[in-house]
Design a protein around this ligand. Sequence first.
Ligand code: 5U1
Length: 786
Amino acid sequence: MTAAKTRILELRAELDQHNYNYYVMDEPSIPDAEYDRLFNELKTLEAENPDLITADSPTQRVGGAPSLSFTQVAHAIPMLSIQSVFSEDDVRDFDKRVAKALNLPPSDLFGDGSLVEYSCEPKMDGLAVSLIYTNGVFERAATRGDGTTGEDITANIRTVRCIPLRLKGSDWPQVLEVRGEVFMSIAGFERLNALQLEAGGKIFANPRNAAAGSVRQLDPRVTARRPLDFCAYGVGDVRGWELPDKYSSVLKQLKKWGFPISRELKVADGIEQCLQYHRDIGERRNKLSFEIDGVVFKVNSIADQEELGFRAREPRWAIAHKFPAMEELTELLDVEFQVGRTGAVTPVARLKPVKVAGVTVASATLHNMDEVARLGLMIGDTVIIRRAGDVIPQVVQVITERRPDDARPVAIPESCPVCGSHVERTQLVKRSKGKETFSEGAVYRCVGRLACGAQLKQAIIHFVSRRAMDIEGLGDKSVEQLVDEGLVSSPADLYALKFDDIVDLEGFAEVSSNKLLKAIEDSKQPSLARFIYALGIPDVGEETAKVLARSLGSLERVQQALPHVLTYLPDVGLEVAHEIHSFFEDAHNQQVISELLGHGLQIQDQGELGAEFAASTTLGGLLDKLHIPFVGPGGAQKLADRFGSLEAVMNADWLDMRQALPEKQANSVRGFFASPEHRQLAEQAEQQLRDFGMHWQSEKKVVEGLPLSGETWVLTGKVELMSRDVAKDHLESLGAKVAGSVSAKTHCVVAGPGAGSKLTKANELGVKVMDEEAFIAFLKTHGVAV
Ligand code: 5U1
């Protein structure tokens, strides 16, 4: 054997093993980058030796040429369906039928356990497929079709990474037909829809449709890009294998050969244990990473299965105990418009009430007018409503065939339904070659701001919330009262509230009035990040608020920053930059801020340290925003760390550049700055930042400027003297990263009362531990006001 062939076989075996560890055992054994390296080595070797390419090589999953249609294929053994029931009594009846047919005494003679052993598995919500392996090599895949004839989807299934192209081991039968479900995880489905939306492609109503649509693609290269999964649940045509005694052992053998099987597979002793299994999974249904529509119980003894046989097109030995459906049909009665905290006017579907998965649904979110257009929705339409997990019900599809003659289009109101102010369409900003262009956005906004009751109430609710100003004792109802009574017409008015103003309000006795006034007083020294977040600037969440605080250091600088400066900060895009700038330009907002300061609010600036820390991230941010091909935020930060200035990056020689980045990225950076146009663009950006007073010399020096830079801290147990969020804020303001688990790399653990395993682990590893009092003293020595 040639050296190339030996290495090719080695690489295939190694890649197959990693795939198996990842998809079947759920235990990834190497980092993705290492997998990619091995994969690329194999690809290169195969390209050099095309005669050594075989269909079962991991490189052959990329998707072959498109076809015009699917070929029909006959199933050697029909693919059956399964009887479905919804009630426990129906499941018990099934068990009685099984017991009777097997000449066993009825289960009720044995208390809560029949004599029948069942296997239990989730019923995945996907697409049933058949996979045929000849002499251990994947040969053909087909859809179920009508059970007798399906469609040949071999080229598509080849691209599904968790389906083996060659079976593991060597004890496989000559012919093995495996049956199971191709499905898409919820995360994969959401990722796919986000990509489809961006690319203007088809949006899938649910993971099942997404899986089915992906499998039934005429172009396998499209399927190859879809995040498909597989779960085996049985065998069909098998030649050269005497099946084990039990169905559960069949599945375990399939797993050994390389097929993913359900991690939820259980063997139940009697039907009552099956019912308990259904209840247990039902409780966890919303937390699973994939959708299921029920569970399947199968008589576990293969001999008993054979004995029971079939009725029509269903086996007598299996039953699906379904969960309530998550999708239902109903009628769209009207579309109303709700006004959110930032003034966004959102369409909400008013529906003819319908029970979905056990809950009556009378309204559903429609997100925005683009979504209404995408669905092609008209008032009076029959629609499919979906209620998945804890998510707000959604309209996923219109049944256009059922549209009544008097259906009406959905129109955005010209004025705000709450305050009557004008409703305008938001704009999207794009920048190309230094120029900004505006286009119409999907969101409409009421221009009334705090003069709009809806926006005001929600702005105050947000302002006082735990992660913002953290004013305890002001629930949604109390805020509504304060606004409705005319006591509060901006966040600043909260600080002017007097005992007599609130004591007579509903739910405000003497004690809670005093408590509230104290909580308001106690909130007067927020960190800059909390204050920015509390202002409720559209699209500015906690993380962006932290970036602004750290990068710009003081409220004045945040207020003064122009959009182009803001866009050079990490994670701040053009849209957000414009939102921030126009928020602070607005005269009313300026007045509210100055009133807040007038009431004695002392915002804890990031100060000198913040300004220095700013520089550390800004050069990285600037380089990232230049969009150098192949260089993402990580690569940009590496350049900033290594070179410390834009000039040094632009003029770096090849060897220096290779010290910072891998070859492909290094080439790209040098190629990028070879263009005078790009150099000019970068220098302009740098000048804008310098004009704003931001500068950097040595990245490393400034990063080290924060006392806890590079350190990882863990908070555990009860934090009694301050909230956990505040403790985290303080640590982050000193440059520390706050992690959720203890490792040898942890610098310090702050342990409050009730600390458990994290404290034990810290002690085992010899990690420094502080109690809360020591922590507060420590913060004080670093100038943190607590
Ligand atoms: N887990 C599982 N799903 N499922 C679907 N097992 C299973 N078995 C099926 C079907 C249609 O059919 C066999 C009982 C024939």
